[in-house]
Design a protein around this ligand. Structure first.
Ligand SMILES: [Fe+2]
Length: 454
């Protein structure tokens, strides 16, 4: 073949050069759907795509993903495929197309100027693909930024001023306040100097509280193997924090009707509360007692919504759109709970729609721990990261200091060691869930004294 030096320049092949190439090639005239290169790395030819339209498909996992489409009309750049192209890539026609195929031996016999033409076309093609990818990436980043700004704004738009709603205020007023003893114990909880004896004395001073504690620790709900008949034993067995959580849970139970939906919400909250305590303790973030209290109270808004639905069945759909976090926060504000508690609860839905930076600093630790506790809880129940809507999860795990940990690793390294150590203080159903997540501990039917009681 007599090459023209011009072939190495930036222009099309001459008629003569093209005729020569045709005479040495297998000419592929492809109908739409015909394959030019099948994925799998079997293709050993050099292909010169001259006319028509091709699509390039790459295997990503089990799925085929279209990477790009190449359209070639007269005057456009020819495209070259070499045998070394990624073996998972396949190329097929989407319009009637023409391509020339050369064996490696024939290609190596080409004049260097023609070979150079092939390499240049190939280089241009790669440049186009790379600049297309960069464009797509910057487009994606722009959209991501817009979504990041839009989603929290959308959530905020849903958050109406519920304090102005007669419907909601009417329900909130009808909900009994938390019993006074929860406040007494809460004050004790904030006091680091308090002893087990002080706590026992405090509980004993309120006969209804003492009776409630004994009734609860002896209920099948806890499932302890031995009957516990005095308050000192209960306090030692449970530890102060757990005792407080138990009393608070009892208080919450008294505020809501004894219906299965409310019991479900409370059981969920008890699990979240314990996981939140564990993450806070192991991750050295926030105050474990405070965040576990938030865990216990965080879904009161869902209970309020359920009450609203029961009382107003005709507007169930509207009630569904109410922000449970905001309504729960309003109830707790009406109950005069500390601002840090109800304001953290008000922000609980933010992590699903925005990064950590969107949460006011004073509540960040609590909101992060509450969110990650939910993620850990779902993982403990067997759900995987891909089952969950967690677009900003990495951001939250990083702040906890868990670095590059996966959710599973976060459960195993941060939550489980603490949960297992204290599990004899938990209700039976939660002990069972922990048991499912660990094989190396004897987790059921024990009521030995806690190692971490205060
Ligand atoms: Fe929840």
């Amino acid at each position: 073949m007599k090459p023209s030096q011009a072939a190495a320049q930036d222009r099309e092949l001459s008629e003569k050069e093209l005729r020569n190439l045709y005479s040495l090639a297998d000419v592929n005239r492809l109908a739409p759907g015909d394959a030019l290169i099948r994925g799998g790395g079997q293709d050993a030819k050099v292909h010169l795509f001259l006319e028509g339209e091709l699509k390039i498909v790459q295997k990503v996992g089990e799925a085929d993903k279209e990477i790009t489409r190449l359209r070639r009309e007269k005057g456009g750049d020819a495209v070259v495929f070499f045998p070394g192209d990624p073996c998972r890539m396949s190329v097929s026609a989407t319009l009637p197309s023409t391509a020339l195929a050369f064996s490696s031996t024939v290609f190596e016999s080409f004049d260097p100027a023609i070979q150079l033409y092939f390499y240049k076309q190939r280089f241009r093609f790669e440049e186009r693909v790379v600049s297309g990818l960069l464009e797509a990436e910057s487009d994606w980043l722009r959209r991501k930024k817009q979504f990041q700004a839009y989603l929290p704004a959308m959530l905020a738009a849903f958050k109406k001023d519920y304090e102005k709603s007669d419907l909601i205020l009417g329900v909130l007023k009808k909900i009994p306040k938390l019993p006074a003893f929860t406040g007494t114990l809460a004050a004790g909880l904030m006091n680091d100097e308090i002893s087990t004896k002080d706590v026992s004395d405090m509980v004993k001073q309120d006969p209804s509280l003492a009776a409630g504690v004994l009734k609860t620790v002896n209920s099948p709900y806890y499932g302890f193997s031995k009957h516990i008949s005095d308050i000192n034993h209960a306090v030692i067995l449970l530890g102060f924090n757990e005792l407080y959580q138990l009393v608070l849970a009892e208080g919450i139970r008294q505020t809501m009707p004894n219906l299965s939906r409310f019991r479900e919400i409370l059981s969920h909250s008890i699990c979240i509360s314990r996981i939140a305590f564990a993450l806070s303790f192991s991750g050295h973030m926030g105050k474990p007692a405070e965040v576990s209290t938030i865990g216990l109270l965080h879904d009161l808004g869902e209970s309020v919504k359920h009450l609203l639905k029961k009382q107003n069945p005709k507007i169930e759909i509207l009630i569904d759109s109410i922000d449970g976090g905001a309504v729960g926060a309003l109830l707790l504000k009406h109950w005069n709970l500390p601002g840090r508690i109800w304001q953290s609860i008000e922000f609980q839905n933010h992590p699903s729609v925005g990064p950590v930076s969107g949460i006011p600093k004073p509540f960040q630790d609590n909101v992060i721990l509450l969110y990650l506790s939910h993620v850990c809880f779902e993982a403990m129940k067997g759900r995987t990261e891909s089952d969950l809507f967690t677009p900003f999860l990495d951001d939250y795990i990083r702040v906890l200091g868990a670095g590059e940990l996966s959710v599973r690793q976060m459960v195993q390294k941060l939550a489980m060691p603490f949960l297992v150590k204290n599990l004899h203080t938990y209700p039976a159903f939660f002990r069972k869930l922990i048991a499912k997540n660990t094989k190396s501990y004897e987790v059921l039917g024990t009521d030995r004294p806690p190692q971490d009681s205060r």
